[in-house]
Design a protein around this ligand. Sequence first.
Ligand SMILES: [Zn+2]
Length: 305
Amino acid sequence: MNFQRTIQKAVTLRGTGLHLGKDASVTLKPAGINQGVLFHRSDLKDSLPIEANYRNVVSTQMATTLGKGNVTVSTIEHLMAALHGFGIDNLLVEVQGPEVPILDGSSAPFCAALKTAGIQNQGAPRTALAIKRRVEVKLAEKWAVVEPSNRLEIHASIDWDHPSIGYQEFHFIDGKTAFEEIASARTFGFLRDVEALKKMGLVLGGSLENAVVLDSALVLNPDGLRYPDEFVRHKTLDALGDFKLAGIQILGSFKLHRAGHDLHRSILAEVFKDPQNYEIVDAVEEPATIKAAVSKRAVAARFAV
Ligand SMILES: [Zn+2]
């Protein structure tokens, strides 16, 4: 059986928001079966939780932002990717401020926090969304395609006219590719864009501590890259985080070229537009790629209640 999961105990992460450059923190808390992932702005009185669903995406500029009314939560994607890595279905995310902290620009600190919190198997079956036919979205030179498959696969490719990037591709197969192969890949940006973005009030918290930064030729971070192809690995991580906004495990093979948050949201919307594109099925295979995370203690606790 494939059971829903949450965490065993609350855990807090503190850091800086990438865009506003202000202190930001999140507390991850256990949630009940079929609750899904909910973001709640704990700094705002009377604000309602926002479901982590692609329908609630209000901006994809530089990050994925969820919103409801005038309440927003930005930069959720690296946390969402870590939740995919641990197969977490149900979670309450209390956010102090408008942004999830950027931390080191990857999913690794969220993975460490989830390990500390412990994974709780909830004993309720999980469903999945099986893609039944090819769906595609094209935006100029960028495109996304999804086709039927018995597991989630992401074939990501990028083609950047930059001497340190160029053409890169990465193939992630859920359950086969270790999540650690992408978890530490950081977000990246170009020095020439930073000034313009800062004038727009974006990336005010961006630094070499939380992003790979490139000038016209080279990577400026003194320690260099964490993987030779860190850029496409980060794109794969972003896609996994954004596809978690389907709100259900997807069984389908995605091919993404020069994709980003906008295209990830668009392909999900395109899939859900026509019920003939998919079928809801029992999830038979474990989606989690960090399987060791479910402790025996967690399973024992489940049978004790
Ligand atoms: Zn990212």
